[in-house]
Design a protein around this ligand. Structure first.
Ligand code: F6P
Length: 362
């Protein structure tokens, strides 16, 4: 019987998702003669069969350079805990049995889940209920274990580095302290790598609680050497020693995870107070998730897509495609989601930053 696989993209979007979808569809249809069902809006699509459609070669034509995902996504949908309104109150309901029934009804034998930590954890729960799931690691945050890099991260880094280059010239002209806040949730990868590439003077990451007085001293030392401007990159999850993260929206029934944001303003205010220098804040926000994927992400996404098919062929359910060095390999999804991959404060990349004269908050 002809194999029929499903594919969904879950969590926040990122550049390269369409490269994975295209890779899966081309590899499945051209060489293997399988059918592919595209599931709209992440796991939500599995709650309504009318959101699941066969994908043809025509559907994936021309999508390689396009950002986002042609399938749609959501970072709220979890079939194991769906908020449902009942008598004016929000109740949490487990709809996973409906998902299993729809997978059976659609005759999907294996499911490719393209997602970050949140979506892959849901995938693991479904796998434990008997669904054959293969994972593809996605996120601009690069915080997934078991893969050297997630796709989407490289493009986000390019965006952040480009923004730093642009901020440099205006910072220098106006003798200002420019603070740029970047994404990354609880990981400092985007801040650290874009900060090194963009020649930042200070990089603040969640992994190293920062000392604001030490930051002021470092900027003042630059000023006394005649460098009257400074560039600070701060990750949204960074926080001061003895202080807390700045949370924009707390986790709740309709919002499964807390939304971070605002630490850039905090840092700028403190620097203005201690040095009386002109400070400005740029929050890069969702620009980091958008745009055409870089060459690296197009290629990585395509390779992950083909690897997902090979894993299905081998019956390697519960495995995830990953990058180790220059090679595409496989690793158990369970190992990829057991904890976040964070920057090592004593690691080579942080030491490199410090040797380059970059202040990392301590
Ligand atoms: O995980 C990707 C990410 O962009 C994080 O860096 C950020 O904290 C979060 O998603 C933002 O989520 P939303 O799109 O819901 O604002």
């Amino acid at each position: 019987m002809k194999k029929r696989i499903g594919i969904l993209t879950g969590g926040g979007d990122c550049p390269g998702l369409n490269a994975v979808i295209r890779g899966v569809v081309k590899g499945a249809l051209l060489r293997r003669h399988w059918e592919v069902i595209g599931i709209e809006d992440g796991f939500d699509g599995l709650l309504s069969p009318d959101k699941c459609h066969p994908l043809s070669l025509e559907d994936v034509r021309g999508i390689l350079p396009r950002g986002g995902t042609i399938l749609g996504s959501t970072n709220r949908g979890n079939p194991f805990s769906c908020p449902v309104e009942k008598d004016g109150k929000i109740e949490i309901v487990d709809k996973s049995e409906l998902v299993l029934e729809n997978i059976r009804r659609l005759a999907i034998d294996s499911l490719v889940v393209v997602g970050g930590e949140g979506s892959l954890k849901i995938a693991l729960e479904l796998a434990q209920k008997g669904v054959c799931i293969v994972g593809v690691p996605k996120t601009i945050d690069n915080d997934l274990m078991e893969t050297d890099v997630t796709f989407g991260y490289n493009t986000a880094l390019e965006t952040a580095t480009d923004a730093l280059d642009k901020l440099h010239s205006t910072a220098e002209s106006h003798h200002r302290v420019m603070v740029m806040e970047v994404m990354g949730r609880y990981a400092g990868w985007i801040a650290l790598e874009s900060g090194i590439a963009g020649g930042a003077d200070v990089i603040l990451m969640p992994e190293i609680p920062f000392d604001i007085e030490a930051i002021c001293r470092a900027i003042d030392a630059r000023r006394r050497q005649g460098r009257r401007f400074s560039i600070i990159v701060v990750a949204e999850g960074a926080f001061p020693m003895g202080g807390d993260r700045v949370v924009k929206e707390s986790a709740g029934a309709a919002q499964p995870f807390e939304r971070l944001g605002g630490i850039g303003e905090y840092v700028a205010r403190k620097i203005k107070n201690c040095l009386d220098m002109d400070t400005r804040v740029t929050v890069l926000g969702h620009l980091q998730r958008g745009g055409s994927p870089s060459t690296f992400d197009r290629c990585l996404g395509s390779r992950f897509g083909i690897k997902a098919l090979e894993l299905i062929e081998m019956g390697a359910c519960g495995q995830m495609a990953c990058l180790k060095g220059r090679d595409i390999k496989a690793a158990p999804i369970a190992r990829a989601v057991r904890r976040l991959k964070l920057v090592d404060p004593a690691g080579e990349m942080v030491r490199c930053a410090e040797e380059l004269g970059i202040m990392v908050g301590r």
